[in-house]
Design a protein around this ligand. Structure first.
Ligand SMILES: Cc1cc2nc3c(=O)[nH]c(=O)nc-3n(C[C@H](O)[C@H](O)[C@H](O)COP(=O)(O)OP(=O)(O)OC[C@H]3O[C@@H](n4cnc5c(N)ncnc54)[C@H](O)[C@@H]3O)c2cc1C
Length: 441
């Protein structure tokens, strides 16, 4: 029997990882710091506490969140099973009884003879022990102290400043053009604004309702990365002389000397999804949607992620991790959960699941699993490991991450095709994964 595997952090990802490893037959020590020490967001002593909403979002397969949940259910995820068991009324969303959900997970893990739950705040890891680190988005010091030497400072982030991200296909391209400032390439999509359109936008930003901010997020205001509303508040022309300056671009004559320009940058090589440069924001979600859709080129835009600014510890996976979620410089240490650069409950669970089954492959010295980008898991891992942006932003699952369907179809038909493909791939992947879990070690 191998020495116990350590899982550090009994949140959503750590709980899933510990359970899957125990199911294979490994003995697991699951370290959870609460109740001795808590984070600013956790309120209970339960494992797998839901720190905010009790919704796991849509259950519809035509929605990427629904499809990711479907995939995890097909792989027999513990979190999914318990969430479904504690489902309460929530329309098309999987909403759970928060207390019962976390209580059930806690009991399941405590009652598992392969798992020892240890209530201890870990400050340093023993690099000789096979370990999964799943200490969550608020694990700032722990991550820096424990594996800091394996991470270049440039690859470890302590907050996210997310700009709204949209699907390129949904933009009215007759009102936009490709081009970079002072450079002859097509790195950016540019949306020119007339004087009226610009001042309307500034007025809307200035009067938009802002989201409530946690105390621990309040300090996150520094000049290099201001929310767009703060820049707008400083003067009606500040945006136009800053990130929206209409200079250095060869705008086609049809745009008639733009007064200001909104730039969008590619998130992936293909440019399927784009983020709006400099539009990190704390405006309420509804306000963001209203403002974006008031811009003529974005009238019918499909938004895959709205803007936000949070304390959030995460890494640049592409630079620091192997595709199996282990550290490049220490292959027996794996990362899981939001710290890998994914965003959201189910996305964190997914990486918990993946870290466990990949750890099994590592211990057995077998080649690790790879996942088709036609599945939600493969699409999200593809984002982590293939993104082209200079500062990776945490990402939730969305169809913009999937390989695009290049035939002329209506949006819904394209989605249906994507879902069909995904389901086929999931079944293929499932057979191999479940066989290996059943085989044990
Ligand atoms: C305030 C806030 C609200 C959020 N709201 C939502 C939401 O509504 N919906 C959504 O989809 N996503 C939300 N998220 C994002 C994210 O999905 C959740 O944070 C999710 O819980 C991440 O899962 P995780 O397993 O990575 O981390 P967590 O669930 O936070 O688990 C980490 C665990 O590790 C423990 N731990 C940390 N350090 C140590 C240590 N040194 N030793 C031992 N144990 C340790 C912690 O106590 C915790 O139990 C929110 C994030 C934050 C910060």
């Amino acid at each position: 029997m191998n020495k116990a595997i350590y899982v550090i952090g009994g949140g959503l990802a750590g709980s899933e990882a510990a359970y899957q490893l125990a199911k294979i037959g490994y003995s697991v020590k699951l370290f959870e710091q609460r109740p001795k020490k808590s984070t600013e967001a956790h309120k209970t002593n339960y494992l797998a506490e839901l720190v905010c909403s009790n919704s796991f979002k849509s259950t519809e397969l035509i929605n990427a969140h629904g499809l990711l949940k479907y995939e995890l259910s097909r792989y027999n995820s513990l979190i999914m099973e318990v969430a479904e068991k504690n489902n309460i009324k929530g329309g098309k969303a999987l909403v759970v009884d928060r207390e019962k959900f976390s209580n059930d997970i806690t009991e399941t893990l405590y009652n598992n003879s392969n798992i020892e739950v240890i209530r201890e705040h870990i400050t340093k890891i023993d690099e000789n022990i096979n370990t999964i680190i799943a200490t969550g988005p608020l694990s700032e010091k722990f991550l820096a102290n424990s594996i800091g030497r394996h991470l270049n400072n440039d690859n470890l982030y302590f907050y996210d400043a997310i700009s709204p991200t949209v699907i390129r296909e949904s933009i009215d391209m007759s009102k936009a053009f490709w081009g970079s400032r002072y450079n002859n390439d097509d790195a950016y999509l540019n949306i020119p604004l007339t004087k009226d359109q610009y001042f309307k936008l500034v007025r809307m930003i200035n009067s938009a309702e802002k989201a409530d901010v946690h105390d621990f997020d309040k300090e996150l205001f520094f000049e290099g990365c201001l929310p767009v509303e703060e820049i707008a508040r400083r003067g009606e022309n500040t945006l136009r002389f800053g990130l929206m300056k209409p200079v250095g671009l060869n705008s086609p004559e049809s745009f008639n000397k733009p007064y200001a320009i909104i730039q969008l940058r590619r998130e992936d090589k293909e440019g399927t999804i784009l983020n709006i440069v400099g539009f990190q924001t704390r405006m309420k979600y509804g306000e963001q949607k209203r403002i974006l859709k008031s811009i003529p080129a974005l009238k019918d835009v499909e938004i895959v992620r709205l803007g936000s600014m949070h304390r959030n510890t995460y890494i640049n996976a592409k630079e620091s991790l192997n595709y199996n979620l282990s550290l490049k410089t220490k292959n027996n240490i794996f990362l899981a959960g939001q710290i890998t650069g994914v965003e959201g409950y189910i996305e964190s669970v997914m990486t918990g699941f993946i870290s466990a089954i990949q750890m099994d492959r590592y211990i057995k010295d077998r080649s690790y699993y790879s996942f088709s980008k036609n599945t939600p898991t493969g699409a999200l891992l593809g984002y982590l490991f293939e993104n082209v942006s200079d500062k990776i932003q945490p990402m939730n699952i969305n169809f913009g991450l999937f390989p695009p369907i290049d035939i002329k179809l209506k949006k819904r038909e394209k989605r249906e095709l994507m879902v069909e493909k995904a389901k086929k791939w999931i079944e293929k992947q499932r057979v191999e994964i479940l066989q290996n879990i059943e085989k044990g070690f």
